[in-house]
Design a protein around this ligand. Structure first.
Ligand SMILES: CC(C)(COP(=O)(O)OP(=O)(O)OC[C@H]1O[C@@H](n2cnc3c(N)ncnc32)[C@H](O)[C@@H]1OP(=O)(O)O)[C@@H](O)C(=O)NCCC(=O)NCCS
Length: 190
């Protein structure tokens, strides 16, 4: 599969159904129980909007033959508008088929993660590659929108330095067994 972008150690590709097990491994390693989304959700995202689902492959340092393994993912959908006071729209595991609208104006990033072992430049590389690829492919997009857990500081740093602003907050959105965290809503006009 042709890479959308690459450097010496990593590359970004369109995701395939065969990648789902690797994607679920990333989900388990990157998000705590209670915040993880299901395999059915990822499969549905890949079926409804395959162009919006990308993977990061990184050189496996343990492989003598220099194999690359799937080490990150970015998935998204296109919405017709930014929801006003509609917190349900952001629910984890929401039905992509109901919300996705290929000619819409809002790119909604539904999830994004990179395995701890390859972090350090990989996250920003995947995020920037994915966003610029999607803006090129879907010229109707006028804004990029998503939520982020207030505690996910590395992700927030990427978003802030890529020009995103905080446009809302959903208190106690992320619920784990012993804690709750707010979701911060972020947006950038393009
Ligand atoms: C978010 C994530 C993909 C970033 O991957 P990564 O490879 O570490 O990303 P990068 O190194 O390219 O960028 C991270 C940036 O945050 C900075 N950073 C790291 N930890 C930080 C912290 N605790 N506070 C503030 N900034 C931090 C890094 O220095 C880097 O900044 P720079 O590019 O200006 O040097 C990865 O941390 C991850 O998968 N986290 C868990 C899942 C998650 O939070 N997903 C986001 C969903 S909204």
């Amino acid at each position: 599969m042709v890479a959308l972008a690459s450097d010496r150690t990593k590359s970004v590709h369109r995701a395939q159904i065969a990648d789902l097990d690797a994607i679920m491994r990333i989900e388990r390693e990157c998000f705590p129980a209670g915040i993880r989304e299901t395999k059915d959700t990822f499969e549905s995202r890949l079926t409804v909007f395959p162009e919006g689902f990308l993977t990061l492959k990184a050189l496996d340092s343990a492989s003598p033959s220099g194999n690359s393994t799937i080490s990150g993912y970015f998935c998204s959908e296109i919405w017709d508008s930014i929801p006003q006071e509609a917190q349900d729209a952001y629910q984890l595991d929401h039905d992509t088929g109901n919300r996705h609208c290929k000619d819409g104006s809002v790119l909604y990033i539904s999830s994004f993660a990179v395995l701890p072992a390859v972090r350090g430049g990989a996250g920003r590389f995947l995020f920037k590659t994915a966003v610029s690829h999607l803006l090129l492919c879907f010229p109707s997009i006028q804004a990029i929108h998503f939520i982020v857990n207030e505690q996910w500081l590395a992700a927030r740093h990427i978003y802030e330095t890529e020009g995103f602003s905080y446009t809302g907050q959903i208190p106690a959105f992320f619920r784990q067994q012993h804690r709750t965290d707010s979701a911060l809503i972020m947006t950038k006009k393009v």
